[in-house]
Design a protein around this ligand. Structure first.
Ligand code: XMP
Length: 515
């Protein structure tokens, strides 16, 4: 890897998007604390720095500033929005507060010098951009030229070509800035001299080496759930340390039909992992007996998992390391110093407190990756598509898709119905169109007629949603023929069900899961 780009975090909601755009250019980057020292940056081998946007006004007290030394590092810098104001302010320009926020689309007019600017290389004429700011730069710092303006903002872009400092008042990282990707590419390749060599192949090579270094001759324990993250994590660790990785797969009896078998076939039989499956179906079922409250179900399942994991870990003797599939968004969220709802990690992302309880050190090689990069890594490592391409599945499994009491019979019903939903949606070629698709067993009975007889049986709700991140979701507009087939198959094939309904609620106000 030929150096990295540091994105200094001033709290913009778009920071992760900047990181995505940089990585899409195959350049490695990290989002780092806004006041990181030049020495630390130099230690990371930075080739360029991006000062992010942020909600602060340079005039407020106690707002995040950059370490003055970063402007003396002789490293190219791109300031975005608040990052531009910060740069102007730090280098002796003037920023003027404005009562009006400019928000939305604007036209950037490049000056004649702007047309020759490396940042706008390959672009001519007016540029459609996206603005979101209040304050603006009204006097340039020494050595800078204005290279673009909008109707409301005389300095919408500025540069000091000799020092390789560039700044824009708008957001090149959002798609509403039509040529934003070109501008970012120009900064990375033409200005900072990066090379597009951040690939999954190079990631594997480098991380296998790092894992070997960290682990030495010790052993690592890993909780394998069969989900995307833990699967890719296990295969990567296995590549580095082979049988010294011990993978524990706890079958809680709440997985989808056929899933435990698939996990065993993949990890034990095909990848030959040092793999232990613990059949804990009975234990979970026992603990869940007569429990109907959703949060209670979650707590019981979480605690029972930890208990089993601890018991098994003890049986294995002293193991020094525990592997966890922490991803980059979790790391950024937990580190962000700007509060807000995104600062709280969902508790179910962590295997609640395990490392402390077991007195183990953590190994987290995926902590620099985004979800789709984990998928790409999995593919590169040869993890089957049926695992890498999986839809999200909740930790508490089918327990939160059986409303009311979780019994062996109810699990069977929901597993069968769920398998039909998934089959039919996949057969119709709609797997990639939906974010999640599943069956929910409702705690009501309804009257039906079958043959000559009256029935009084269960209702299955089918849920299929589209979403980009699970935070908001819309119900999937599945073709009627697909719904028809799902319904008739469930009623005909799943004993004990005589009615199927389709959930047409959005999130919010509903949630994706019913519990
Ligand atoms: P909701 O139902 O809150 O779900 O709209 C959003 C996303 O989170 C998943 N989900 C969970 N995942 N443990 C998990 O690991 C849980 O307790 C849990 N509850 C919901 C859900 O499947 C969806 O992808």
């Amino acid at each position: 890897m030929s150096g990295m780009i540091a994105i200094l975090d001033y709290g913009s909601q778009y920071n992760q998007l900047i990181a995505r755009r940089v990585r899409e250019c195959r350049v490695y980057c990290e989002i780092l604390p806004h006041d990181i020292s030049p020495a630390e940056l130099a230690g990371k081998g930075v080739k360029g720095i991006i000062l992010s946007g942020g909600p602060a006004s340079i005039f407020d007290r106690g707002v995040p500033k950059a370490h003055a030394g970063i402007f003396k590092m002789e490293v190219p810098i791109l300031g975005i929005c608040y990052g531009m104001q910060l740069m102007a302010h730090a280098l002796g320009g003037r920023v003027t507060a404005s009562e009006f926020r400019e928000y939305g689309r604007a036209e950037l007019k490049l000056s004649p010098q702007g047309e020759k600017s490396l940042l706008f290389s390959g672009l001519t004429g007016n540029q459609r951009i996206w603005m979101s700011h209040g304050d603006k730069v009204t006097r340039l710092p020494r050595g800078f030229s204005a290279v673009g303006e909008t109707d409301n903002c005389p300095v919408a872009a500025m540069e000091n070509r000799a020092r390789r400092f560039y700044a824009v008042q708008f957001h090149p990282e959002v798609t509403h800035t039509l040529n934003g990707a070109v501008m970012l590419r120009n900064f990375l390749f033409q200005i900072a001299g990066c090379r597009p060599d951040w690939t999954m192949g190079s990631f594997i090579e480098e991380n296998v080496r790092k894992i070997k270094e960290q682990i030495g001759e010790e052993r690592v324990l890993c909780a394998l759930s069969g989900g995307v993250d833990s699967s890719v994590l296990a295969i990567l660790l296995h590549r580095a340390i082979g049988k010294r990785l011990v993978s524990l797969f706890v079958d809680n009896g709440l997985l989808r039909k056929g899933e435990p078998g698939e996990v065993v076939a993949t990890f034990r039989d095909s990848f030959h992992l040092n793999f232990r499956m613990i059949n804990a179906r009975q234990r979970f079922l026992g603990r869940l007996r007569n429990v109907t409250d959703p949060e209670k179900k979650r707590k019981i399942i979480g605690h029972e998992f930890i208990r089993i994991f601890e018991e098994e870990a003890r049986k294995l003797g002293k193991i020094r390391f525990l592997a966890q599939g922490t991803l980059y968004p979790d790391v950024i969220e937990s580190k962000s110093s700007f509060g807000g709802p995104s600062a709280i990690i969902k508790s179910h992302h962590n295997v609640g407190g395990l490392p402390e309880r077991l007195n183990m050190e953590l190994v987290e090689p995926l902590r620099v990756l985004f979800k789709d990069e984990v998928r790409e890594l999995g593919r590169e490592l040869g993890v089957p598509e049926s695992i890498v391409g999986r839809h999200p599945f909740p930790g508490p499994g089918l327990a939160v898709r059986i409303l009311g009491r979780v019994t062996r019979r109810n699990i069977e019903i929901v597993q069968q119905a769920d398998a039909i939903v998934r089959d039919e949606i996949s057969d119709a070629g709609l797997f990639d169109e939906v974010w999640q698709d599943f069956a929910v067993l409702l705690p009501v009975r309804s009257v039906g007629v079958m043959g000559d007889g009256r029935t009084y049986e269960n209702v299955i709700a089918v849920r299929a949603v589209t979403s980009t991140d699970g935070m908001t979701a819309d119900w999937a507009k599945l073709p009627h023929e697909v719904l028809e087939k799902i319904s008739s198959r469930i009623v005909n094939e799943v004993k004990g069900v005589n009615r199927v309904v389709y959930d047409i609620s959005t999130k919010p106000p509903s949630t994706i899961e019913w519990e």
